[in-house]
Structure formats: C-alpha cells, structure tokens
Design a protein around this ligand. Structure first.
Ligand SMILES: Nc1ncnc2c1ncn2[C@@H]1O[C@H](COP(=O)(O)OP(=O)(O)OP(=O)(O)O)[C@@H](O)[C@H]1O
Length: 696
C-alpha cells in the first residue's frame, strides 16, 4: 500500500524474493535499502561532467531545521537499518552493508563514534587506531604514504595516549576529554606571531638560563606547529576555500554534486523514489535528525545520477539496491541537486500526546515499516515534519536518538479509525447483574450521606452512550508546571464501581484534611431534620435545579424518586478557590466536560487487580447490595468481581486516552501511596497538558 493512496487495501506491498521491500503494485514503489552514514562526509562539487579537484569536508552537525518540501506523490523506497529489515523480511534481505570498515566480527567503522563518546569507550578507540592502517590501505595508492601511515598509527607514543595503563594513571585521552567537556576557548588568535616577536626580542637580551630554555622551547618545530594550529582554530580558518568558478561553464549543464559517505552503523535516514514521468531516481524523504539530515548534504528532490560511478538513470530501484549492497567501503553518490532550494525555517516545536498505540510492524499502509516509530497510548511525540499529509515524522520526547520516524498523520489516522468503527453509536455493554451497570454513579457522593444513598439513583442514561465524535488520535500538548500558590489542578478519580475509589478518597482526606476536599452535591429533595444545608447537600428547589441544568451548571446530574441530585461546577470552584485540592469521582464520559484550562483535571484511573487478587484482598470488603433498602451491604460475589473487571476493561478501551495515571488497587496501602505520590508530583513537577490549557 503506498502512502499517497493508503486507503485502498488492494495496493499492497509484497515482499520480493531478492530484496527486503518490493515495489508497490499500483505505483511501482521500490524497496528499502540500507546504507550507513559516516562520522564525516566528503563532498566534491562540480559544475560539469568532470568534477573539479576540490574536496569539502562537512561534519555531522545539525544543519537543517529546513522544511523539506514533499516532492510529490510517487513511488519511493526507504533507506533503513539492516538488522530491522532482516527481522521484518526474514526470507531474504540482502541488505547492502554489513560491517563497513572492518573484518567480520571485529568492530567496524561503527567504532568511529567512540571518538566522540565518554571515557568508558577507550577500548573502541584503541581498536580503531589499531585497525586504521589496514583499513586505510585500499585508499592509499602511493607506497610511501602507506608506510608513513603505518608508522604514524603504529607510533607507541600515540598508542600510549589512549591505552589503559595498568597503574591507572590518568590518560592523556581522558585529560583531553575533560578539556573538551569544559569547552575551552582560545584567548588569542596570534600566538605564533607573538612567540616569534618574543623570540626576536629575547635574542638581543643578555641570556640567563630561563631565557635560554624559553628560546629553545619556542624554536621547537612542535611548539611552533602547536601555536600555529591554535591560531587556526582561534581564527576558524580550517574550512577549505572554494576554488573560483570555471569560466567556460555550459549554461545548460546541470550542477552535479558528488557526495561521499563513509559508513557506520547508523541508518542514513533517507528514502528514494522513481519519478513516474521522468524515470528519474529522486530523494523522496529525509528523516529529520537522521544522518542524512544532519549531514546537510542530501536533500529532498535531489536526483540520483550515479552510485560509485555507475549511472542509475536507467536502473530500477532494486538494481540500485543491488549496487549499494555490493559496494564496499565509502560510497559515492553523484546527484543533481533539487532545483527548489529548501528554505530553512525555524518551526516551533510541536508535541503531541498519542491517544492510541502504534506499531509500524503491524501497519499495512506504512511505506516503510523500518522507518516507522512505535509508540504507546500516552507517549509524547515531538513532531519533526508534517510535510507529508499521510506520514508525519516524529521522535519520542526525550529520546536521545535524533532521527525521526514515520507516524500516521492525524487526518490519516482519523480516517482509518472512522473506517474501522461501526457507524452506529454503541450503548455501553450492560451485564445481567442486578445493578444496571458497573460504571460509577459518582455524584451520589455526599460526604456524610454515602451509606444512606442508593447508588443506582444517579444513573444517567444518555451519558452511557459511547461518544463516537471522539476519534482519539493525537492531542497537542505543552509542558505545564503549577506555580507555587497557583490554584491546584482538579483531581478526577474514575474506576468501576466497588474498585475502591471512595476508600482511596477517604484515605486522602484523612491524610491531610487541610489540603484535600470533596464536593458537596446539590439536591432538590427536602432537607431532613438532622441535615444542614451545604454539609450533606446543597438543598435547592426543583425549579432552580432545572434552571441550573438548563444553564449547564452541573457536571453530572440524575433523578431518583422524583428528586434531582447533581454535582455542580461551582462546587469544584469553591474548593479550588480555597487553595485546596478537589477530589472528584465521576463517570468516565464526564471527563471531557471537565477538560478545561480552568480546571486542568488530572485523571486517575483506578483499576482492579486480577480476579484471584480480588478474591484474596476483598474477603472482608463489602459492597452495596443494590436492594431498595438504602445502604445495605453484602460481601462481594464472583459475579461482582467479574463485572468490575469487565467494566474496567471497557472503560480503559474507550476512555484510556483520557487517563493521566493508572493505579491498580491491589494492596490498598500500596495503591494509596502511589496515588499520594502521583498527586504530589502533579503539584510540584512538570506535566504534559493540552496546549490550550497553557494559553490562558
Ligand atoms: N485494595 C483493597 N483491598 C481490600 N479491600 C478494599 C480495597 N479497596 C477497597 N476495598 C474495600 O472494597 C469495598 C468497596 O470500596 P469503595 O466503597 O471504596 O469502592 P467504590 O469504588 O467507592 O465503589 P462504589 O462506587 O460502589 O462506591 C470497601 O469495603 C473497601 O473497604
């Protein structure tokens, strides 16, 4: 199935016999290939068929936040990691490069990154040094150069810089790394000239022992060279200078760029496509943060002309893969740079919370499984590119790997969800239990009155419908940290009835009554003699209750025996304005009405443990009997536990994307500690919240 026509199930990719990815049947899309990039890139720039004798060096520094324009929908093939391809296509995945620069089993060019790693990687560095002469041999034509290299890399003093000494003396390499970390900057850029002047001045002076020693030191070629290099670094004059443009340039001749990649283990992070109309092989996609992106040498739309001197114009993508597969050592690409220059734009960072699980290996539509980024519901994704309407590029927030992976775009995922789900709205699954549903009937909670309250009276039928308007894909989020003294976030507890929400709330209230509070419900029933207004309930008239319903004042409300009961938004505000944490347990469909910048709810789903653990832990627990006599309780039955478990499952399936924290109420005190800690973190630490909550 190809990216530009992802909804047609007939457009299937099939695994080829020879290659790890085969062309899309409808558009001829080609398969994946792997090649590895290097620590550094060499590029030649030429302006005719013959490259100029010029070599530029470009280090792997992040060069582009450039918005890579999506070229146009056409077949593509991916540059992917070898190991992954092998895994995904076990039949035959002749991925081009195995060990890049090294003998089988030995650390190949992949060892090169050790140069940039911490002190713990010296063995890699040492091995690299030892392996370099033989690895460089094929690239050195002149025997004198070869001898020179052999001698240089075999130099004992060089090895002793790196080699771990037995007496564990500080190694020079370690010292250098220390300086690298402290990022020293040169104080002067003319030390060589200064040293020269000083030497001249001192020559005329009467010489004592120290002057003589200094003059001797300054005259040493090593010291001179060191100072010269110091000045070059200070002046940053190590970039090569471009040669002048040749005068006899043919206007019609395409500019050709020659790129040389030295491989390591990192995938290049690029895909190529064959243009249907012109037949040209084009770079289709550069994965943000990948090696190709960081090199800044390859761009979307660049036309691939040659690989290792072999023209590819007339080649099928799978043939190109074969060429790459057979290549050894560094690989040279000749490309015609894309006409349209990429305009580097600094896009603001966008973070999305994933509201569904995604596994690229299971996704039939993804253009390249290996380029996909797996994530779980609740993962925070940093969006790196939305250039392609169907497949965005993203990384997991906080992931050290800078290379982005493909994720389905919001629109595409919504479309797929819509296709998968039945059109009709589904009432929540009800069981044959004497209770009508395992869902909580939460606003029954009046602090003092709970035991007398028949739970079923707050059943709110219309809210039990699954809301099909919500297609959970992604939600844009931003980091939020509550300022000290600012209002607390509303704490919402959800879970199936009998799971232990009241118990957890009770424990929180007891643990710190000055800090936590619960709402007082409203009712239209008349006050009893022992009751006080605002304590058990807020007692209001039926007509006022109905006006308040009309004015959307209630989070939840229901009718029981001709009287209304409900929890108002104002009752939450009243608690929050007293700088207390408001604890609220609601039915899960209510969460979406609470998700406002004002309340910033933190939603905790309390989940039952396994059936066995329920049976073990709830031996002495009691649940409401469900009989008409209010408040009567009974021990839990197996049926109660089954209902609790299945309701928890449905809740998680349908509303899981709205939960910030899931706590399994197995051992009560452990669950309470977990809840207490989570709530402390909500108050003190940074959390991801919908971006709109941070604007107010
Ligand atoms: N982890 C636990 N271990 C043992 N018993 C527990 C645990 N959690 C709660 N219970 C007991 O289970 C019973 C039901 O708990 P609780 O009333 O808190 O449930 P609930 O979720 O509020 O249910 P409802 O919605 O029916 O009010 C109580 O007897 C309580 O003490």
């Amino acid at each position: 199935m190809c990216r530009h026509n992802p909804c047609k199930p007939t457009n299937k990719l099939f695994p080829s016999q020879r290659f790890d990815r085969a062309p899309c049947l409808s558009c001829g899309e080609a398969e994946a290939l792997r090649f590895e990039s290097s620590v550094s890139y060499l590029s030649k720039v030429s302006f005719s068929k013959e490259p100029l004798e010029y070599t530029a060096r470009s280090h792997l520094t992040p060069t582009s936040d450039a918005k890579a324009p999506w070229h146009k929908p056409c077949p593509q093939f991916e540059v992917v990691p070898e190991e992954n391809c092998r895994e995904a296509y076990p039949s035959d995945a002749p991925l081009p490069f195995s060990t890049a620069l090294g003998e089988p089993g030995k650390q190949p060019a992949g060892a090169m990154p050790a140069l940039a790693t911490g002190a713990g990687h010296e063995p890699g560095l040492y091995e690299l040094l030892a392996a370099l002469p033989s690895q460089l041999q094929p690239h050195v034509s002149c025997p004198e150069d070869n001898t020179f290299l052999q001698n240089m890399f075999g130099e004992r003093s060089l090895h002793s810089l790196i080699k771990v000494k037995q007496n564990k003396q500080t190694r020079i390499h370690e010292c250098l790394q220390h300086y690298e970390e402290s990022k020293p900057t040169p104080a002067l850029d003319n030390t060589a000239a200064l040293a020269h002047e000083l030497s001249e001045e001192l020559e005329g002076k009467p010489a004592n022992g120290e002057i003589k020693e200094l003059l001797k030191l300054l005259a040493k070629p090593h010291v001179k060279s060191l100072l010269m290099v110091h000045d070059m670094v200070a002046l940053k004059s190590y970039d090569p200078e471009l040669p002048p443009l040749p005068d006899d340039l043919d206007d019609d001749e395409d500019s050709v760029k020659i790129i040389r990649l030295v491989k390591n283990k990192e995938p290049l992070g690029a895909t190529i496509i064959r243009d249907d109309h012109t037949g040209a092989i084009l770079v289709a996609r550069i994965m943000r943060g990948g090696a190709a992106d960081r090199s800044g040498l390859i761009h979307v739309g660049d036309e691939l002309k040659e690989v290792n001197g072999i023209p590819v114009d007339d080649k099928k993508p799978e043939e190109i893969i074969r060429i790459l597969a057979q290549s050894q050592g560094a690989i040279t690409f000749k490309v015609v740079p894309a006409m349209k220059a990429e305009t580097p734009t600094k896009e603001p960072k966008m973070f999305l919370k994933a509201l569904f699980d995604f596994d690229p290996k299971e996704d039939k539509a993804i253009p390249c499984k290996e380029a996909g980024l797996a994530f779980k519901k609740g993962s925070i994704l940093q969006i790196m590119s939305q250039d392609d309407a169907t497949w965005w590029q993203a990384k997991l927030e906080g992931d050290a790997n800078p290379r982005a992976g493909l994720i389905p775009s919001k629109q595409f995922q919504e479309r797929r969800f819509a296709q998968r789900q039945p059109v009709a709205t589904l009432p929540f699954q009800r069981t044959s239990s004497k209770r009508s549903s395992g869902f909580r009937r939460s606003f029954r909670l009046s602090k003092r009155d709970k035991k007398k309250t028949n739970k079923s009276m707050y059943e709110c039928k219309k809210s039990d419908m699954y809301d099909m308007a919500d297609v959970p894909t992604y939600e844009e989020v931003a980091p939020y940290r509550r300022q000290s003294g600012a209002r607390h976030r509303l704490v919402v507890l959800v879970g199936p009835t009998g799971v232990g929400l009241s118990e957890l709330q009770r424990k929180l209230l007891i643990s710190d009554p000055q800090h936590f509070s619960v709402t007082v419900a409203h009712t239209s029933r008349s006050k009893r003699s022992q009751e006080s207004d605002g304590v058990e309930y807020h007692f209001i008239s039926k007509s006022l209750f109905e006006t308040d319903i009309y004015n959307n004042k209630f989070i939840e409300y229901g009718e029981y025996k001709g009287n209304y009961y409900g929890t108002s938004f104002d009752s939450i505000r009243s608690i929050l304005s007293r700088n207390k944490v408001c604890l609220l347990d609601v039915q899960p469909h209510t969460i979406k009405h609470l998700r406002t910048a004002e309340l910033k709810p933190f939603v905790v789903f309390v989940k039952p443990p396994s059936l066995e653990r329920l049976q073990e832990t709830r031996k002495n627990a009691r649940t409401l009997s469900g009989k008409e006599d209010k408040g009567s309780t009974k021990p839990y039955t197996e049926e109660d536990f089954q209902e609790m478990l299945s309701t928890a499952q449905s809740m998680e399936n349908q509303y899981g994307h709205l939960f910030d924290k899931v706590i399994v109420n197995d051992d009560l005190s452990a669950a309470f500690s977990e809840l207490r800690l989570a709530l402390r973190k909500v108050e003190m630490e940074t959390h991801w919240v919908p971006v709109s909550w941070t604007h107010s």
